[in-house]
Design a protein around this ligand. Structure first.
Ligand code: SAM
Length: 295
């Protein structure tokens, strides 16, 4: 541990002490507290070799989550591979807002279900699902919901499926490969979705080269690049969402700091009402939108 801390610090890794602990705990099959409980236990030669390898990879800025294959999100442990973006704590805000809205929408959906010919159930779409962090967290907390998890990357969908199986929600989470929400429109679900959650790539292309090497060199570019102003995907998503949403229906989108004004303009142009929600650091983080009601 002392060697790893010192080595990672010398290589300019941001949190050398924490990373050394997490990697050693991973190799020894312990949690971090266990490292201190069992501090006298010697590592086997195989464990020592693996630890050294992981520390050397971390020194080259490979993210800890890819080295251990896991990341915590909403209190759950998600499998992650380099095919998916590592879920960020900031995205928990979007899930919390979705859960807060869900109570309101699902009770209305239940009332609607009683009408003959009405759409069945409470339907959610998670577009750009990646590891499935949003879809699986929502499915775990909302046992009455059915969730469509969409991504253009088949490799990402495989990881998301594993996470759904791990938390036994695979019977209510449906995985679809395709461009944005097109698979749902093609399946004839226009007007039927109650909530759309989107964490699509929103980093402006010109800013990609200034990201930390941990992100820039290891996370999939297709999960980061949002085009010239970062809003390339959201510009195409908004009209699709308009066709898919039920009434009432909500669209939740994660954005980057400073993108709220342009998003607001795009939504207002298409007759949506919206609210920009800030994260704990005071940065614009989530846009919550729904179609304007006309008296
Ligand atoms: C920023 S990551 C978000 C992953 C996950 N939802 C999360 O919050 O951790 C964006 C995801 O959108 C997917 N994506 C990018 N362009 C897409 C498109 N045109 N249609 C569908 N998915 C897309 C990427 O493959 C990636 O998995």
């Amino acid at each position: 541990m002392a060697w790893a801390r010192e080595f990672l610090q010398r290589c300019g890794v941001e949190n050398p002490f924490l990373d050394a602990e997490v990697l050693l705990a991973h190799v020894a099959g312990l949690d971090r507290a266990g490292l201190y409980r069992e501090s006298e236990r010697p590592l086997s030669p195989e464990e020592a070799r693996l630890f050294r390898q992981l520390v050397e990879r971390r020194a080259r800025k490979e993210p800890v989550a890819y080295l251990t294959g896991k990341k915590e999100f909403m209190g759950l442990e998600f499998t992650v591979t380099p095919a998916v973006l590592i879920p960020r704590p900031e995205t928990e805000l979007l899930v919390e807002k979705a859960l807060a809205l869900a109570g309101e929408i699902s009770s209305r959906a239940a009332a609607l279900r009683e009408l003959p010919g009405a759409a069945p159930g409470f339907l959610i779409a998670d577009v750009g699902t990646g590891s499935g962090a949003i879809a699986v967290s929502l499915a775990r907390s909302l046992p009455a919901a059915r969730i469509y998890a969409l991504d253009c990357s088949p490799a990402a969908l495989k990881v998301a499926k594993r996470n759904a199986q791990r938390y036994q929600v695979e019977d209510r989470v449906f995985f679809l490969a395709g461009d944005l929400l097109s698979p749902l429109l093609e399946a004839g679900l226009a007007g039927k979705i109650h909530l759309i959650a989107a964490n699509l790539p929103y980093i402006p292309t010109a800013e990609l080269s200034s990201l930390m090497p941990d992100v820039r060199c290891y996370e999939p570019l297709s999960a980061l690049d949002g085009g010239p102003d970062g809003l390339f995907h959201y510009r195409r998503l908004i009209p699709q969402a308009r066709r898919l949403l039920a009434d009432p229906g909500w669209l939740l989108m994660e954005i980057g700091a400073g993108q709220g004004e342009e998003m607001g303009r795009l939504l207002a142009e298409e007759d949506w009402e919206y609210q920009i929600i800030h994260d704990l650091g005071g940065k614009q983080r989530v846009v919550l939108a729904r179609r304007k009601r006309h008296a």
